[in-house]
Write a new protein. Structure first.
Length: 376
């Protein structure tokens, strides 16, 4: 099935227009709006798993990891299972089920591949990491400091979680709220460095302790080898660090914020947003400078996907807005092009021309899809 994608070459600015870096120290890349991707790309769906298939139920896929051979591991928070798909999307079933044993999980929130045969799973319900050898199904467990996870667990909402193959866990911490602003922090922990380490902090406009995506704040994307941090003041500027916290590159792009939607202003009734929230949004008014980006994904090739569309307040979830426009950058910070995902698809991971997404159907059923970018 072919699905046309809306592709832009640079958000309406001339190709000669470049961005500026506020603090040009170290390696810097100043992008123009011109990328190397053509403008006539399309999507081809390769396979889809889950959805309405009775034997392939997914309830809340919190995280997905793509293995070296293309196998897909799904951490389903709602089912309390870790499910495996083969490279062609064939359903292999759960490799971990709900329970308290060393090879079981209670609330899997993140999953990654340590190598071609080994999964690493973060279990929020048991405050632990489980290393699972797939051929033997043997498992070992490492405790995660409850003091690290408890603030997020107690908040009732996991807004950001990431897991690296070296067992580093990343979370977004809620903080104190004052005059409608909440202090938000991105914090990491690992068994080798058990002290909580804050790597980014900024103030976020909040409504009932829910951040408003239209207001800029610092965001973080985490890959297997790198992390990417956006500018806390809302400039389209990002910094890439390696595992040792060495700054690799700081880059920018001349893209501007997408226009605020009527729903973001509280002007359009929406069943996902209570009337009290719409009233509060109208009273709050527009942000002076709307957020240019809403999410950062570092894919299996270490490319950086910057999501431009903002989700509705209170409807973000860990995977951002469906059908969103993404700007794509090489690990070097060079801009390659922009592409919009098909309707109802949310970006999970990518490698080469293959993109894995979470699709939500008309009955709120979840499926994992593998899409191919055609025309590259």
């Amino acid at each position: 099935m072919s699905l046309l994608a809306a592709v832009t070459a640079g958000c309406g600015r001339p190709a000669s227009t470049a961005c500026e870096i506020a603090d040009p120290e170290g390696r810097v890349v100043r992008n123009t709006s011109a990328g190397v991707w053509p403008t006539d790309l399309s999507w081809r769906e390769v396979w889809r798993a889950g959805g309405a298939e009775e034997a392939e139920e997914l309830v809340f896929p919190a995280d997905v990891a793509v293995g070296p051979d293309g196998s897909v591991a799904i951490a389903d928070w709602g089912l309390g299972e870790v499910i495996l798909l083969d490279p062609d999307g064939a359903w292999q079933g759960p490799v971990m089920t709900r329970g308290e044993g060393p090879g079981e999980v209670q609330a899997p929130a993140a999953v990654t591949w340590m190598d071609a045969n080994t999964l690493l799973v973060l279990d929020f319900g048991a405050f632990r990491l489980t290393t699972l050898d797939l051929p033997s199904r043997s498992a070992s467990v490492t405790a995660v400091d409850p003091a690290f996870m408890s603030p997020v667990f107690a908040s009732g909402e996991v807004t950001f979680v990431a897991l690296q193959p070296d067992s580093t866990v990343w979370l977004e911490f809620p903080g104190p709220v004052e005059d409608g602003w909440e202090e938000r922090s991105f914090v990491r922990w690992s068994p080798e460095s058990p002290a909580n380490d804050t790597v980014a902090r900024s103030s976020a406009r909040a409504l009932e302790r829910t951040t408003l995506p239209a207001w800029p704040r610092s965001l973080v994307g985490v890959g297997a080898e790198t992390r990417v941090v956006s500018d806390p003041d809302g400039r389209y500027e990002l910094t890439v660090f390696d595992r040792d916290d060495t700054m690799l590159v700081r880059f920018c792009h001349p893209g501007e914020a997408l226009p605020l939607s009527p729903a973001e202003r509280g002007e359009t009734p929406d069943e996902r947003m209570p009337e009290a929230w719409r009233t509060a949004l109208r009273e709050l008014g527009d942000p002076p400078d709307p957020a240019i980006i809403s999410r950062i994904v570092v894919d299996a090739d270490s490319r950086i996907w910057v999501q431009r569309d903002r989700p509705l307040p209170g409807a973000a979830g860990p995977h951002g807005a469906p059908g969103a426009l993404h700007d794509v950058f090489l690990p070097s910070g060079r801009f390659v092009g922009s592409i919009r995902l098909p309707d109802d698809h949310r970006l999970l991971d990518a490698r080469g021309r293959r993109v894995w997404t979470l699709h939500t159907g008309s009955l709120d059923e979840s499926s994992i899809a593998a899409l191919e970018i055609e025309g590259l």
